[in-house]
Ligand binder design. Structure first.
Ligand SMILES: [Zn+2]
Length: 254
């Protein structure tokens, strides 16, 4: 669940025409990801062609039918909930299930997503990163007004595994609960992850029942901002706010 924020090294290993989808994500693989991203000849299946037709997205990588169908199905649900999330993404690369890269997904330059799982929420998370890359300056200014000064605080240590930097996923005390207006500690790493974690959580109404999420704790201004810039829909916003209000009413009745 993350993004490469620095530009990919774009030099491509000599003499390699085929791209393996089952390698660990080290520096070489980052180069190979770049190669995939640049490669015009990617394997096509019926499902990948349908994804191209339905969503305008190049869908390449793992040819496993079940996993490809999962992605197609998830894209259909996302299109029904919030088609704006699909507006900018150009390419999805699905890696084979054996890949262990210490990551679940990556948003790459060129409006490309690399997936190491078919999980619905990971896809939403990475789509939010792509949308974030296209957000206007006003969005960034408003988000900064809400959160600047709060990023990178009280988080567990940054880890480096196999040369890959892993952002903290827990608070310093080991908790993963929502806190200080962040839906999860991972979102407190930076503005981009804050948006992606929020957007993914907005697709799970049940999450907003969490006891740590209350009115007046800074969640509604961020949801309002995300709604105003189409990261989430009016319906998602209303459902979440109504749930929070109901929870508040129930709590104060007893
Ligand atoms: Zn991310």
């Amino acid at each position: 669940m993350c993004c490469i924020t620095t530009p990919l090294p774009l030099e491509i290993p000599e003499g390699e025409d085929t791209v393996p989808f089952n390698l660990p994500l080290d520096e070489l693989v980052v180069k190979r990801l770049a190669k995939v991203y640049l490669s015009p000849e990617s394997p096509k299946t019926d499902i990948s062609l349908r994804v191209k037709d339905s969503f305008g997205i190049d869908f390449v990588g793992d040819r496993d039918e079940t996993r490809q169908t999962d992605i197609q199905h998830n894209l259909q649900i996302i299109k029904e909930i919030n088609p704006k999330l699909l507006e900018h993404v150009k390419r999805i690369i699905l890696y084979t299930s054996e890949v262990d890269v210490h990551r679940l997904g990556l948003a790459l330059p060129g409006d490309t997503i690399a997936l190491f799982t078919t999980d619905y929420y990971i896809l939403v998370h990475e789509l939010a990163h792509v949308m974030y890359a296209h957000a206007p300056a006003e969005f960034h200014e408003r988000q900064a007004m809400l959160f600047d000064g709060f990023y990178g605080k009280n988080l567990s240590q940054v880890e480096v595994k196999d040369g890959v930097t892993i952002f903290p996923t827990t608070w310093l005390d080991g908790s993963i609960d929502p806190r200080q207006g962040f839906v999860e500690p991972y979102g407190a790493n930076n503005a981009n992850e804050n948006v992606a974690t929020y957007v993914a959580r907005a697709h799970n109404l049940y999450f907003w029942n969490h006891p740590a999420i209350e009115l007046g704790r800074g969640y509604i201004p961020m949801l309002f901002l995300l709604k105003n810039f189409d990261f989430i829909t009016q319906i998602q916003f209303d459902d979440i706010v109504n749930l929070m209000r109901d929870k508040y009413t129930r709590k104060n009745r007893h």
